[in-house]
Design a protein around this ligand. Structure first.
Ligand SMILES: Cc1cc2nc3c(=O)[nH]c(=O)nc-3n(C[C@H](O)[C@H](O)[C@H](O)COP(=O)(O)O)c2cc1C
Length: 183
């Protein structure tokens, strides 16, 4: 798929199922990630890939987070939070680890990790896979980060859920209304 077609037809999957990316596809996706523009080539991105039973580490951490935040919540609500981590066969967690730099502000390093995420979303789409980009409370929780091997100072920019689209998304109808284009 050429790049413009990939961009124009990309949409978040509504529901994902197995199989997830093969090891070769995952390799391609990660290589697409590290081609993202990155001021100073600091490579601020950190990727954590969770497949199979490893997803349960995140599921437990998410449920524990919910229990800490809302101790009075019913058990099924806590369980539902954890189950979110099992909604796709593969989860690609993308974080930015900041290198302090007088020239390259933190925000630029975080944006580079976001650009890597979008590259990987498009790569997955180009390979015929479905993806969802989520964050939520689990992206900002130190204990969740620790459970999946990240540092509390890391900025999680995406939980990129990957799999086979059981219910594909619908690309949006974009218009350029409101833009000023001078030719
Ligand atoms: C940084 C970032 C974080 C996001 N976090 C969430 C999220 O936690 N939950 C969610 O439903 N959508 C989230 N979204 C939005 C969806 O990924 C998606 O892009 C949006 O619903 C529009 O759908 P589309 O991708 O099909 O155009 C996030 C998007 C970005 C860029």
């Amino acid at each position: 798929m050429d790049v413009l077609t990939a961009i124009k037809t990309r949409a978040s999957a509504v529901r994902l199922t197995a199989p997830g990316p093969t090891p070769a596809q995952l390799d391609e996706i990660l290589k697409a990630g590290i081609q993202a523009p990155d001021h100073g080539r600091l490579q601020p991105w950190r990727f954590v890939v969770l497949c199979g039973d490893d997803r349960k580490i995140l599921a437990k951490a998410m449920a524990d987070m919910q229990r800490r935040k809302t101790p009075d919540a019913p058990a099924d609500e806590i369980e539902r939070t954890g189950l979110k981590a099992l909604r796709a066969p593969t989860i690609l967690v993308v974080a930015a680890r900041i290198t302090p730099s007088p020239k390259i502000p933190d925000v630029e390093q975080i944006v580079a990790a976001g650009a890597a995420t979008q590259n990987m979303f498009l790569a997955a789409h180009g390979l015929g896979l479905g993806a969802m980009w989520k964050t939520g409370g689990a992206a900002y929780d130190s204990q969740v980060k620790a459970a999946i091997g990240l540092q509390s100072s890391d900025h999680i920019v995406a939980y990129l859920y990957l799999g086979t689209p059981a219910t594909p998304g619908t690309p949006r109808e974009n218009t350029l209304d409101g833009y000023v284009i001078r030719r």
